[in-house]
Design a protein around this ligand. Structure first.
Ligand code: NAP
Length: 264
């Protein structure tokens, strides 16, 4: 099923679930930037909340907010029982340490799943795994290659694929081209998250039956591009735009609902 259809159906299911809840789940988004991409992500998140019946509130803090002031706000949100989950939208101004902020958010309310002690998975890998399962893609015993090893995508993606018993290899910027070719040619599932437009192209050989999940978002003059060239000769390739970005958006609310369910 194309991702747009899949997301639409999942949203209907989630909306019905929320309609039957005693109270609407509440999400807070904290914004301390004037970054255009961030603003677009926040608009998307608020639109999803409205569609799903989630009570979402945007808290905009001035750009000169100190780290101490932000940590105080986080502490307030951690202790406010009316709030189920919250996110601090990245990037933050340079004078605020992002790692300190991620660690200050209570793992119980960390809808982004960034805290090392969070029981929630980060949204991008969670959204991808749910989609692969819905598409009945066999994972167990298959060769999965994850290209990129960031803490928010590559590493948790590899962990989730391993949890489903795939044979997982993580490739990165220090992987030689020869090794990259060899691993890719042998891969059943390729997840690429490196931020290099069109990196996966016809220089590489692919299994005809392979699945490519393209996480990359590269803003070029002619629009958004993924990390893979379009229409590679494989069985399934997720598009950019209209692919993993939508799955990530959905997973934010899947995480919020997991928090609410766990409170019961
Ligand atoms: P990141 O933190 O910058 O990490 C990039 C990773 O790619 C690093 O592990 C790096 O390897 C690896 N890499 C860079 N150049 C490479 C090359 N030539 N060959 C192999 N590996 C290479 O990035 P990120 O946050 O994971 O994001 C990656 C991409 O996904 C970006 O385009 C981002 O915008 C996009 N993204 C999309 C979504 C979505 O919802 N669709 C969500 C998150 C991110 P080293 O570790 O060796 O440096």
């Amino acid at each position: 099923m194309i991702i747009k259809e899949y997301v639409k159906n999942k949203k209907i299911e989630m909306k019905n679930l929320i309609l039957n809840m005693e109270r609407r789940p509440k999400l807070v988004i904290v914004q301390i930037n004037e970054d255009e991409a961030s603003k677009a992500y926040i608009r998307g998140k608020l639109k999803d909340a409205e569609e799903l019946g989630v009570n979402a509130e945007l808290v905009k803090l001035p750009l000169d907010t100190t780290e101490g002031e932000l940590l105080k706000k986080i502490d307030e949100l951690n202790h406010d029982e009316s709030i189920d989950g919250f996110i601090v939208q990245m990037p933050l101004p340079k004078h605020i340490n992002e790692e300190t902020v991620k660690l200050a958010i209570s793992p119980e309310k960390d809808v982004d799943g960034f805290h090392p002690l969070s029981y929630l998975d980060p949204c991008t890998p969670r959204g991808i795994m749910n989609y692969l399962k819905a598409e009945n893609i066999q994972i167990q015993g298959r060769n999965a290659v994850v290209i990129g090893r960031s803490n928010i995508v590559g590493k948790p993606m590899a962990r989730l694929l391993l949890k489903e018993s795939a044979n997982v290899t993580i490739l990165h910027s220090k992987t030689s081209f020869e090794d990259m070719k060899r691993y890719i040619a042998n891969a059943d599932i390729i997840v690429i998250a490196i931020g290099k437009a069109g990196f996966l192209d016809r220089k590489f050989d692919y299994k005809e039956s392979a699945v490519i999940v393209d996480v990359g978002i590269n803003r070029l003059e002619d629009g958004l591009h993924g990390d893979a060239e379009r229409d590679l000769p494989v069985a399934l390739q997720t598009p950019v735009p209209g692919g993993v970005g939508l799955l990530t958006r959905l997973a934010l609310y899947e995480n919020l609902l997991t928090i609410v369910e766990n409170k019961k």
